[in-house]
Write a protein that binds this ligand. Sequence first.
Ligand code: T5A
Length: 235
Amino acid sequence: MADRTGDESPVAQGCFVTFEGGEGAGKTTQIARLKARLAALGIEAEVTREPGGSPAAEVIRKLLLEGKVRELGPRMEASMFAAARADHMDVTIRPALERGAWVLCDRFADSTRVYQGEAGVDTGFLDRLEKIATAGRRPDLTVLVDVPAEVGLARVATRSEGAGGPDRFETDAIATQERRRRLFLELAAAQPERFVVVDGTADAETVEAGIWKAVRARLLAGDGPVLAADTGEAS
Ligand code: T5A
């Protein structure tokens, strides 16, 4: 596993991989598949999600997804996503990485950039929130699972029928969902060293293969973990 300390010694820290995309893109499905692929190499991966991923952040998740914060405005929503993220980093993500596990996180700070950015929260405010919430720890790789909004929403609609209906963000208009998609693609284009974009409309096996190819190329050398001596500071 890559060294994130900047030291010469090959002290292993886990890799931090985030998954982003619109509603129903297939992130959760692909995280489970990547976890299994890593396990086959003997690499432990902790799966987590946002909002949520720690006991306190799960409390905030419930408030956000029920829509109780919506009437307080997008700045308040952005602040609550960030508060949840700060706790998630402290309680779940950082400790896992420090013990050498990989962290596979379903959504992270890019979702705030896209969802709350699209809702009108200015970039300066989002920058400050991200700095506080993450203390500058960025993902080593971000997988953007890209699907047209109608494809993702159709998948989610099938699932919602038996699960108490759609959440606060799934009910937004299709034009809003498409703007979010474009913003995700813009983020990916601006940071190609961190992002890989995969076509989420393909079948799950094909999507999985595309993600695995990127993980191998960016984070693994051949069949073995990348050591600090091989890579220096990983991006
Ligand atoms: N949010 C989140 C913000 O506004 N700001 C933030 O900062 C953060 C962190 C979270 C909501 O919060 C918002 C964004 C979200 O709206 P959530 O319930 O966690 O809500 O929702 P999502 O992250 O969108 O997760 P979903 O479960 O809805 O989508 P996934 O995980 O992308 O999709 P998945 O894998 O569950 O698959 C959905 C369905 O499609 C099928 C699956 O079997 C499943 O039924 N599927 C496929 N079908 C065909 N082909 C494939 N390739 C398929 N892959 C999966």
